[in-house]
Write a protein that binds this ligand. Structure first.
Ligand SMILES: C[S@@+](CC[C@H](N)C(=O)[O-])C[C@H]1O[C@@H](n2cnc3c(N)ncnc32)[C@H](O)[C@@H]1O
Length: 398
């Protein structure tokens, strides 16, 4: 079935659009990933197209899969299941009789969009729009007259694709923007190192966290647990560890009402994560215990990358620095041991453009490899002029 997806383009996440939808299609589809995206001959070309155009036509196996993707996605604004399409951009396709019958007594709205012919194109004028809407009414005389602009039960969507000289008609469904309630400003507790809600959910979607089965998600650099909050919302059992006691549990006991990481989980009615104090460089665990590892490893001064020096109060010193290379190498080695077969690791990888020799851009050769380990995605998230980070996704088939 064909669908038109309209994507949001929040600054910094444009590169995540295709990887997110690919991961969700992989999660919900009964077909292997390659077949879902068989229509995309050249993924990097598609990625480039998405950078430019908000609207994209995709083929998915069913309406059910498309709805599940819409419900979970952070970057899809709306989705249209295409009922009919015609060549040219002067006419509007007719709504099928079964669709009209189905929606007979429902309130509705008509949305019109277009893909620009070129940058000089000004769009459809108000007058032309009215003419087209009249034509739409004439063609579909059983449509009903219950127009509702704000909260209609049905949204008909007409899309003029000037690039390919086609017009599509379908039913549009909008995102409920579920992640907004988790924004940092809406949380009762915010730590020093919070990962933004949008990014935390995007990482969970890249990791392909299922929403219907209980999986186990681990964040070894949990900080104020943004990643686990998102994972818990999606129904995962969550486990986290960090070197810094105060970040997770708040300041020691002086004030009984002290807010901490758990306050957020209680606030949203989510099961609390299991948290423990641990220096990642030294942690040892059984093999194959987690389904997914999602984290933002320490990088830079604020995240304070350190190793445990025998005392709970860690003072930054040259002896207890944990080099970024060691952190990442450990993360891959440990994920290889701790993840169950087909498990995924999603983490943020920082690159300082000022010191390229230290952070080569070549993803394939940069990371150590393990049998069955596949680099599936890396999405650019620019930070400041000289620093960029990538959300990197590895799958461990084993
Ligand atoms: C970038 S922050 C994580 C942010 C987190 N996602 C959040 O939402 O708050 C990195 C965390 O790694 C922790 N950390 C630094 N060195 C560590 C180590 N050796 N073992 C475990 N955690 C460490 C820091 O205390 C910090 O909380």
């Amino acid at each position: 079935m064909k669908f038109l997806f309209k994507f949001r383009r929040p600054k910094g996440y444009i590169d995540f659009i295709l990887p997110e939808i690919k991961s969700l299609a992989n999660l919900y589809s009964m077909l292997p990933n390659q077949r879902v995206f068989a229509s995309m001959k050249n993924i990097s070309q598609e990625r480039e197209k998405l950078r430019k155009h908000r609207m994209q036509k995709l083929e998915l196996e069913s309406q059910e899969v498309a709805h599940k993707i819409l419900k979970r996605s952070i970057l899809i604004d709306s989705m249209t299941s295409i009922h009919s399409e015609i060549n040219g951009t002067q006419q509007i396709p007719i709504v099928g009789p079964e669709i009209l019958e189905q929606n007979k007594s429902k309130t509705f709205r008509i949305d019109m969009t277009l893909t620009n012919r070129d940058s000089s194109y000004q769009g459809v004028s108000h007058f032309q729009k009215l003419k087209l809407i009249k034509q739409f009414y004439r063609n579909n005389d059983t449509l009903g007259k219950k127009f509702d602009l704000d909260s209609p039960e049905v949204i008909y969507h007409i899309h003029f694709d000037y690039q390919h000289n086609k017009t599509y008609l379908g039913q549009r469904y909008e995102s409920d923007y579920y992640y907004k309630k988790y924004r940092l400003t809406n949380r009762p507790f915010r730590g020093f190192t919070c990962t933004k809600a949008e990014l935390a959910f995007l990482m969970c979607n890249l990791a392909e966290l299922p929403s219907d089965t209980n999986c186990v998600v681990y964040d070894p650099f949990v900080g104020s647990a943004s990643t686990l909050l998102s994972a818990a919302h999606l129904g995962a059992n969550t486990i986290g560890s960090d070197l810094a006691y105060k970040t997770m549990f708040g300041k020691p006991k002086l004030n009984k009402d002290q807010k901490n990481v758990f306050t957020n989980f209680d606030h949203y009615g989510l099961p609390r994560p299991q948290l423990f104090l641990s220096d990642f460089s030294r942690s040892r665990m059984r093999r194959e215990i987690f389904d997914h590892i999602i984290c933002d490893p320490p990088y830079g001064i604020q995240a304070a990358s350190k190793v445990f020096n025998g005392s709970l109060r860690i003072k930054s010193s040259r002896n207890n620095q944990y080099s970024y290379k060691d952190v990442i190498d450990d993360l891959l080695a440990k994920s290889y041991h701790w993840l169950k077969p087909d498990g995924t690791l999603v983490f943020l990888y920082y690159i300082d453009k000022d010191i390229p020799h230290k952070f080569p851009y070549d993803f394939v050769t940069r990371f150590p490899s393990y049998p069955g380990m596949i680099l599936e995605e890396f999405c650019e998230n620019p930070l400041i002029k000289s620093r960029v980070r990538y959300a990197v996704k590895f799958r461990f088939l084993k």
